[in-house]
Design a binder for this molecule. Structure first.
Ligand code: SF4
Ligand code: SF4
Length: 275
């Protein structure tokens, strides 16, 4: 386990240009976009975070926010020292992707492109991904994510083979409902591997830097110490937009019986050996 890598997960848009049937965000919640002043205020808060953080932009769909390329990306690059990562459905135009690669050069850490077969064809996605990887510096972590749907394991395997044959990194996500992994029939281990972090493990009682060196920010600026803390409404850290953000001063014991999101664990927030 390495040192914690300070990370913010920022929902830069609620709205998405896709409407996947298995989306964990309900259509009622999957709407709305921060306006220019709200984005500006969030950028001001990020610029004041001590040291270098990774700002991971998610949604909804970040690129579908008209101000993402106009305000968010240039603002993070010009007004902060932080790195940027993104989770996207990869529907952005080639021109926007090219510009994004250019603007973030030297500061882009992880580009996660999610494959959603309800809205794109594998061949088109794979071609675009191969093209895009060539636009990026070699140290950018480009990964394709795909949620494994029950009863569709053969289809998922075909996607994995096509993408891996092109030399792309592919990662299967265990479908979770309310943070709990669903049951599959068939060789799910062969697809998602045996990493327990993919299956909502429990780190209850372990010191965790969530709320200190990691936090999430909703589209309305509300900050939470982690996703489970948000679900239970216990880990409220204030709001970026009214200046009330207050982070913990150190790690605290995890109070929850599941840790469904792999981001804090993968960035070293949970202390002690991680399975
Ligand atoms: S692309 Fe992602 S956020 Fe948009 S509907 Fe699909 S799963 Fe939900
Ligand atoms: S659920 Fe995970 S991220 Fe949240 S406090 Fe517990 S260990 Fe940390």
């Amino acid at each position: 386990m390495g040192e914690p890598r300070p990370t913010v997960e920022w929902q830069v848009a609620g709205a998405c240009n896709y409407d996947c049937t298995y989306c964990i965000q309900s259509p009622r919640y999957r709407r709305g976009r921060p306006v220019r002043e709200q984005l500006d205020q969030a950028l001001t808060v990020f610029s004041g975070l001590p040291g270098k953080w990774e700002i991971k932009c998610s949604g909804g769909e970040a690129f579908a926010h008209p101000l993402f390329m106009e305000v968010v990306v240039p603002g993070l690059m010009d007004r902060t020292v932080h790195d940027i990562s993104i989770l996207t459905n990869f529907s952005a135009s080639h021109a926007d992707l090219m510009r994004f690669a250019h603007l973030t050069r030297g500061r882009l850490r992880v580009f996660s492109a999610s494959l959603h077969l309800e809205f794109t064809r594998l061949e088109d996605f794979a071609q675009k991904a191969s093209w895009f990887v060539d636009q990026l510096d070699g140290d950018v972590d480009f990964v394709v994510n795909q949620v494994v749907l029950p009863g569709r394991l053969d289809e998922v395997r075909a996607c994995r083979d096509e993408l891996e044959d092109r030399g792309l990194r592919w990662f299967a996500q265990w479908l979770k409902v309310k943070g709990r992994p669903v049951e599959y029939e068939g060789d799910i281990e062969g697809l998602v591997g045996e990493r327990p972090a993919n299956r909502s493990p429990s780190f209850q009682g372990r010191p965790c830097h969530a709320g200190h060196l990691y936090f999430t920010v909703d589209k309305d600026g509300t900050a939470w110490s982690c996703r489970t803390a948000k679900r239970t409404r216990e880990g409220h850290l204030g709001n970026l937009l009214d200046g009330s953000l207050r982070l913990n001063t150190g790690p605290v014991p995890c109070p929850y019986d599941i840790c469904p999101c792999t981001v804090p664990v993968n960035r070293g927030m949970v202390r002690g050996p991680v399975p």
